[in-house]
Design a binder for this molecule. Structure first.
Ligand code: TNX
Length: 531
C-alpha cells in the first residue's frame, strides 16, 4: 500500500497574488522578512480567533476597517486552515510578553502573541494597509517576529503648567499606543496647579487648581503677566476612566505627586504644610520656588500619605512617581521644626533630610505594594533602598543609580526634552523654554551608556521623553512639540539599536504623518533628509 500512486492530475499550486511593496513599519520590527505574493482584505475575508484578547484585537481591526474603509469582517471560518482568513491566536505562553508573530502568506494572515503582543501586532498590520483609503487593500506577504528592546517606553505629560482636557490626553495615549509606547508619566501636581481631585482635601482643587494668570514670554525678556485665570483638574471618576482607556491600549499611567518641592499649589490650599505657615499663592510664573513642604511637620507626612491612599485607588501602576527634583533647602534651614527633626535623626544636612523624607514615603508606599521612582535628585543624601531613578540632568544620575543596582529610566534633558527648540528660535513659530534638540539628535540618542558594564546596563529599564508645558497653552502647541520627536523616541525604545537609521526613519515618516493628519494631530513638519 505504500507504493500506491495517485493517478489524478497534480494538485494545482495555489495561485499567488501579485507582489506589492511592503509598507514601512514604525517602530522598525526586530525581524521582518518580505515574501513574494500578497493578501487582499475584502469584506469576504473570514476571521478565526482564539482567546478573549484575540477577539478584542479583531474588534479593533473591525473598528479601523469600518472607520477607514467602510466595512467589517463578518464571516467566521470553521477552522484556522481555511483560505482567505485572518487568524488571531492568543497564546498565553508566548514570549517575550510584548512580542508577536505576524505571518502573511499562503492567502492567510496569522497573528500570534499574548494580549499586548496581539495589540502590537495589530498596530503593525494596520501600518501595512495602504494609507490612501480609496485603494484596494493589498498587503505584501511577510513574516515578522517582533519584540521590544526596552520594557519601559514612555512619555511624560505636564498638565500643571497648562491644563489639557481628558479628551486630549486620550488622543495623546492613542498615538503613543499606535507606536508601541507603554508608559504615560502623568505630572499631576506642581507649583502652578494641582490637577487631581482628592476627596479628603477639597481645597487642593478648590484653591490649588487655579491661578490668577500666567507669565507669557521669557522672564526678563519682554515678558508680561497675562492676568488670564488658568486652571482645571480631573475628577477621580475621569481619571479612573482614563486609566481604563489607557489599559485597553496597554499603556500604564504612572501618576506623579511632587514632593517635597514644586508644592506651591498644595501650600496655597493648606498653608500649615509649609515651614512659615504662609500665606502662599498658586504660582503664575515658572521656575523653582523656595517654599516647599515642611519636613519637620508630622502633618506633612499624614497629608501626603492620605493623598497617596486616594491616588493608589485610582492608579494600579506598580510604580508611583514622587518627584523629588528641584527642592531648595532655604526654608528648611530657617525652620526650627526641620532643624529639630535633623538633630533627632542624626541627619547631617538638609540633603539628608530630603533623603529621610523620600525614604519615609517609600516605606509607606512599599507597605502598600508599590515602588517609587523619583527624579535624580533623590540620589543626593542617600537613595531610598528600593527606589528607581529618572535621570533628567543628563545621564549622570542614571549611571550612578545603575552602578548602585537601582532601576533607571533614562530621560536626559540634553537628548529627550520635548520642550526644547527643534530648530533655530528665529525660525520657530512659538516660544520654547530654550535648548536645542532637533529631531536627528533625539533620534540618534542611545539609552545604554557605553561606560556601564553589561550587568549594569540591565538596570536601565527604559527611557522616556518629557514634555514640560510652561510655554504651551494650547493642544496644537503640544502636538507641535511632541511630534515627530516622540516617534523617534518610540523607535529607540522598541527597535534593536542596529536596525535604526535616521534617513530610513525620515522616509517612514511620510505614511506616519499622513496618519497623524487623519487623526487631527498638528505635528511639526520635519526638515527633509540630509539637513
Ligand atoms: C526642570 S525636569 C524641571 C521642570 C521644568 C523643566 C523645564 C525636572 C525634573 N524639573 O520643573 O518644567 O526643567 O525644562
Amino acid at each position: 500500500p505504500t507504493t500506491h500512486k495517485r493517478t489524478s492530475v497534480k494538485a494545482k499550486p495555489a495561485a499567488t497574488a501579485p507582489s506589492v511593496a511592503l509598507q514601512p513599519i514604525l517602530p522598525e520590527p526586530a525581524d521582518a522578512k518580505t515574501l513574494s505574493g500578497s493578501f487582499t482584505v475584502t469584506p469576504k475575508v473570514k476571521v478565526f480567533t482564539q482567546g478573549a484578547a484575540a477577539e478584542k484585537t479583531l474588534d479593533l481591526l473591525n473598528t479601523f476597517l469600518e472607520e477607514n474603509y467602510g466595512f467589517k469582517l463578518n464571516a467566521t471560518a470553521a477552522s484556522a486552515n481555511e483560505d482567505n482568513t485572518i487568524i488571531i491566536t492568543e497564546d498565553a505562553t508566548y514570549t517575550p510578553v510584548e512580542g508577536y508573530n505576524l505571518t502573511i502568506s499562503g492567502n492567510k494572515v496569522q497573528l500570534k502573541g499574548q494580549g499586548a503582543g496581539l495589540f502590537y501586532g495589530l498596530q503593525t498590520f494596520l501600518q501595512l494597509l495602504p494609507v490612501e483609503h480609496t485603494q484596494k487593500i493589498v498587503v505584501s506577504n511577510v513574516i515578522i517576529n517582533d519584540e521590544p528592546r526596552f520594557g519601559y517606553r514612555g512619555l511624560m505629560l505636564d498638565v500643571c503648567r497648562h491644563f489639557y482636557p481628558i479628551k486630549y490626553v486620550k488622543k495623546f495615549i492613542d498615538v503613543m499606543a499606535q507606536y508601541k509606547m507603554n508608559r504615560l508619566h502623568f505630572h499631576l501636581t506642581d507649583d502652578q496647579g494641582w490637577r487631581i481631585e482628592i476627596k479628603k482635601y477639597p481645597r487642593l482643587t478648590a484653591v490649588g487648581s487655579t491661578r490668577k494668570g500666567s507669565l507669557v514670554g521669557h522672564l526678563g525678556q519682554s515678558s508680561t503677566f497675562d492676568n488670564v485665570p488658568h486652571g482645571g483638574f480631573y475628577t477621580q471618576a475621569e481619571l479612573r476612566d482614563l486609566v481604563a482607556y489607557a489599559a485597553e491600549r496597554y499603556v500604564t499611567i504612572i501618576p506623579e505627586i511632587e514632593m517635597p518641592g514644586h508644592a506651591l499649589a498644595a501650600l496655597a490650599a493648606y498653608p500649615n504644610l509649609g515651614c512659615t505657615g504662609g500665606p502662599y499663592e498658586v504660582s503664575g510664573t515658572w521656575g523653582v520656588f523656595k517654599d516647599v513642604y515642611c519636613a519637620g511637620n508630622e502633618e506633612t507626612f499624614t497629608f501626603l500619605q492620605n493623598v497617596l491612599d486616594e491616588v493608589l485607588t485610582i492608579f494600579p501602576s506598580p510604580i508611583i512617581h514622587i518627584g523629588g527634583d528641584e527642592c531648595p533647602k532655604d526654608s528648611w534651614k530657617k525652620c526650627p521644626k526641620c532643624q529639630q527633626r535633623m538633630k533627632q535623626n542624626n541627619l547631617k544636612d538638609e540633603h539628608a533630610l530630603q533623603s529621610y523624607f523620600v525614604q519615609r514615603m517609600e516605606k509607606y508606599l512599599n507597605g502598600k505594594g508599590r515602588n517609587i521612582i523619583g527624579w535624580d535628585e533623590i540620589l543626593e543624601g542617600g537613595l531610598a533602598p528600593n527606589a528607581a531613578v529618572m535621570s533628567w540632568r543628563g545621564e549622570e544620575g542614571g549611571i550612578a543609580a545603575a552602578k548602585l543596582k537601582h532601576n533607571v529610566v533614562m530621560t536626559p534633558n540634553n537628548y529627550v526634552y520635548l520642550d526644547y527648540y527643534q530648530a533655530s528660535p528665529k525660525n520657530e513659530p512659538i516660544l520654547n523654554i530654550g535648548g536645542y534638540l532637533p529631531l536627528s539628535r533625539v533620534y540618534n540618542y542611545e539609552p545604554l551608556p557605553a561606560e556601564l558594564t553589561e550587568e549594569e546596563k540591565k538596570y536601565i529599564i527604559g527611557f522616556q521623553g518629557n514634555l514640560w508645558t510652561e510655554y504651551l497653552s494650547t493642544e496644537d502647541q503640544v502636538d507641535y512639540m511632541v511630534y515627530p520627536r516622540a516617534l523617534a523616541i518610540a523607535e529607540t525604545g522598541w527597535s534593536p539599536a542596529n536596525k535604526k537609521d535616521y534617513d530610513a526613519f525620515l522616509g517612514k515618516l511620510k505614511n506616519v504623518l499622513f496618519n497623524l493628519d487623519q487623526q487631527g494631530v498638528h505635528y511639526r513638519i520635519p526638515e527633509p533628509a540630509g539637513l
